[in-house]
Design a binder for this molecule. Structure first.
Ligand code: C2E
Ligand code: CA
Ligand code: CA
Ligand code: CA
Length: 274
């Protein structure tokens, strides 16, 4: 964080020190937090605006550190990556969320579960086999699970990413490209990695009501997705105006504060059964 200090040098040094002290504190508390179940999973609904029902939920991690308070997920995900704990964290999130999903399985209109995975999960930690174990142990049908990966994740080592995603797909688990449009998007990726779904980033939705540029981009992504027979979800929908515009552009699956913030599983079950 940038601070208004007297001199840049002092400010910079202090920030660097504070940052690394904080990061150290986060990294060292993380293994225990995972083991003790201190990281809570919240669920945000994805709405099928055409049918007016919940199409799915995205699992989002929440960690309240005893001294530091709520830590933003990207910060502890990065700490987990740097300290080598990311595959443990991902497996924890997968297991917890698949278990939380159990009450929904009896529902004939059972929604799907979206779980975020990180770049290191693709390249370390044997994700396909761990995933198979978790599905078996929790009784979660593979067809109900979608793993969300970001475009940048696919840049590092193309061949191993293709291989890992193919192993995941062969179990019946679907793949979504998260934050679509913000990274090194290329149409080539979509067929090369055989993704099922793209999530249009919130940055395109934010100003959709006023920016004709953003409208054009979303319209283009939407028609491309239709041609490729991919589903699209638009993220960060906050107003009915945005929602209506997006629907007209063919973006029927929507996620955002307009429909619901991420909530603990207990609340989610109540809302979904209403
Ligand atoms: P993401 O996957 O793009 O998740 C969407 C983020 O947007 C979430 O932030 C969600 O709370 C927020 N959001 C949803 N609707 C709205 C809206 O209408 N307006 C605004 N302003 N924000 C909205 P969150 O939970 O803070 O997570 C941030 C990022 O951290 C996620 O971005 C994801 O990349 C990462 N993350 C969170 N949980 C996990 C996890 O369990 N594993 C991994 N690998 N990454 C995670
Ligand atoms: Ca996501
Ligand atoms: Ca996203
Ligand atoms: Ca994001």
């Amino acid at each position: 964080a940038k601070r208004s200090g007297n001199t840049h040098v002092v400010t910079f040094d202090r920030c660097l020190f504070e940052r690394s002290a904080r990061q150290f504190q986060i990294e060292s508390a993380l293994p225990d937090a995972i083991a003790k179940g201190d990281i809570e999973i919240y669920y945000q609904p994805i709405i099928d605006t055409q049918r007016g029902c919940i199409a799915g939920f995205e699992a989002l991690s929440r960690w309240k550190h005893p001294e530091l308070g709520m830590i933003p997920p990207p910060e502890f995900i990065l700490a987990a990556t740097d300290s080598g704990h990311i595959s443990k964290l991902t497996q924890y999130v997968l297991r917890q969320s698949c278990e939380a999903f159990r009450p929904h399985l009896a529902n004939p209109e059972c929604p799907y579960l979206g779980v975020n995975i990180s770049v290191s999960d693709i390249y370390t930690g044997d994700l396909p086999n761990r995933l198979a174990e978790i599905l078996k142990e929790t009784g979660m049908p593979a067809s109900r699970l979608i793993l969300e990966v970001t475009e940048d994740m696919l840049l590092h080592d193309e061949n191993s990413a293709i291989e890992v995603l193919a192993q995941i797909r062969s179990q019946g688990v679907r793949i979504a490209i998260d934050d679509f449009g913000t990274g090194y998007s290329s149409m080539g990726y979509l067929s090369k990695y055989q993704v099922h779904l793209i999530k249009i980033d919130r940055s395109f939705v934010q100003n959709i009501a006023t920016s004709s540029q953003d409208q054009k981009i979303v319209r283009a992504i939407s028609s491309m997705a239709r041609d490729l027979e991919l589903s699209i979800i638009t993220e960060g929908v906050e107003t009915t105006e945005q929602s209506d515009l997006l629907r007209k552009m063919g973006c029927l699956l929507q996620q955002g504060y307009l429909f619901g913030k991420p909530q603990p599983a207990a609340q989610w079950a109540v809302n979904a059964n209403r």
